[in-house]
Design a protein around this ligand. Sequence first.
Ligand SMILES: *Cc1c(COP(=O)(O)O)cnc(C)c1O
Length: 373
Amino acid sequence: MQFIDHHTQQTQIKAEIDAGIANVLAHGQYILGPEVRDFEAKLADFVGATHALGCANGTDAILLPLMAWGIGPGDAVFCPSFTYLATAEVIALMGATPVFVDVHRDSYNMDPNSLKQAISEVRAKGDLTPRAIIAVDLFGQIADYPALAPIAKAEELKLISDCAQGFGSTLKGAHPLHWVDVQTTSFFPAKPLGCYGDGGAVMTNDAELSALMESLRFHGKSDVPYDTARIGLNSRLDTLQAAILLPKLAVFSEEIKARGDIAARYSDALVDHVMRVPHLIDGAVSSWAQYTIEVPDPVALSGRLKDQGIPSARDEPGPTYRRTAYADYPVAGNGLPNTMDAAKHVISLPMHAYLTVADQDLIIKAVQDALAQ
Ligand SMILES: *Cc1c(COP(=O)(O)O)cnc(C)c1O
């Protein structure tokens, strides 16, 4: 059994993927070829953006807007600590200061009250200038943007959705971009919409920001021929990856539905056996990057599942702010109690659109049995 089964998906759309790759080999435009433009247009359409740009990975996707806004030393950027470390990494890489904010205990996404507290603490201290907020759509669920966006607006801060895990998730039908300045994503193979290597994208309704990021992803290229306007990156989405992503995007909405059905089945069967099953905020549709439950002892459960050939994932490295490289950055309040508590208990079960009912039942029974002992 696989944690995420790429093979079954591939067998279902293999003809389209093979034809896409063959086309690229035939025309030979490996960098920013026609498939990239085609995919960017379809991606923009999918989230309701006026602009979408491919880039090299989901980390660069969060880096690009920070570069475009000139965020650097002396600036504070607020982000959660219960996330993949790339969210804070790009802030530190720009020379700015990540300020870690706690998450909501139920949804695992940024807690608006902790955010407000962190912003007022930074303003009171006065050594850093608040510039931006990076919210994360963790495990596939959209963050509470109707609560976060007004805070960003009132505080005159930019708002990014790091949607590497939540791509495809919506709130009352709207994607994160509806509330934020820029939505970013990753096409790392294990993400809800993954390619066969590294890839990422930024989506925005801001034409000026898009033009800046388009320049930045290509060494700061200028509109003036042979000139370079700014210091940039080499961060493009390969044409081959765009060709692979096109047929994957075409089945993505169906896959989100299938994942949602599996998640509902899991939750019905497990709700009385575990400490917590995933909690969706009102009106949210998750893309289920992970199906994550909480148990008293995730290490023990993962061992028992492994004995039966069932893979699972724990939060082994722990929250970013507890790691050596990030230990000196500021934290909202006197610590992040919800982040620490959640990190102790979470464990994710196999989740992908092609998980058979038989495998689902096997997993459910194995979890129930393990926790009954
Ligand atoms: C995976 C991930 C990233 C980084 O994406 P890469 O494509 O691996 O660079 C950033 N943020 C979050 C929340 C992620 O899960």
